[in-house]
Write a protein that binds this ligand. Sequence first.
Ligand SMILES: [Zn+2]
Length: 380
Amino acid sequence: MDVSSFLQRVWNYAEQTNIEFIQSGSHRGFSDYGLPDTRGFTPHLRQVRLYQEDTLENLNLKGGQPSQVKLWLTHDLLHILFYDFIFFNVGESAFSHYESFLEFHLASEAFAVWALDYQVLAKNSHEGLAIQLDQKQWREFQKSNPKLPSFGSQALGKDITQLYLTGHTQYLQLGMTTHPAYEEWVGHELRYSEKQRLYAQMWWDDLQLEQLSYRLPEITKSYIDEAVMELTELLLFPSTQWESYLKSLNFHGANNFFQEAPKYQKKGSFTDYRFTPLQALSFDQFKISYKEALEIKRPSASDLFFFYQLITKLPVSDYSDVDLNLLQNITQAANRDPTLPPSLWESFVAIVRKKETSYFKKIDLNQFQQKNLASVFFLP
Ligand SMILES: [Zn+2]
């Protein structure tokens, strides 16, 4: 299937099943200075959050070129497609238990990458998102690593899904060859899948209102790879099957797949801003947290994300080049170790203080206390 037809199919799904597109209140362009994506990721709410600059009209989802922006939104939508598929097959408690939460979320990641990157972008020699791979390179890869099954085969797709769940793979091995593209592809898959396992565990811990364990989970004895293959086939092959799948969906009661998690059920005292948007707070809570954050001497990753969220409430053009360069130095250091050297942390806080009046002027009181946003995922 070509890239445009695939995107069309995914966008039609979004339209027909009422996936919501929401302006996140965050501005685009800060990634150039090393800041994380502060739109926030909310597949459990069947919502896709957009940067302020991106409206559905100017994105022109149904036409034009498949830009990277559109492809990332498609990746987010594919997560929802998979969550939906699970919801219909397993029911409302699908995401309520540790093992199944990790299993289904990690499989949604594998599905998004397998369907879009492997089955569509690589087969059409299009620039990739999560991986850089062109099907045309595959024969060379197979010469270097004869264990590799054919490209796009179920054997490969299942192996990649198992890699995302367990960290183990039958076929992807480093050091088999001096082929740089092969090493880059395998290396990236190994790192990316490990990061996803760590993030999923962190998300779960935060949803349970537990201290983050930073454990690397291993979901073994899972057959979810079958579901990844099944939904991929439905999505890619004859439209009659796809149409009847669409017709069979009924979204009654599916407005928050994580509804049963403690973070949604009761109010937690521990707030990690890597999983909590400022909009989830009351305005009073926000003001208190803001004052406290300014006084912090040794920041944690969560403190940094509190300010990242605030900083991106103003457009990039509101900041001076000097401050933007400083931000870049700060994020580079923070990515190595969030406990920034005191001088960097002080200059970071100084940037925030300089813009304080503008933030407060921009703040819309109606944007606070959005209970459905108790859990939002900000990690890349
Ligand atoms: Zn993803």
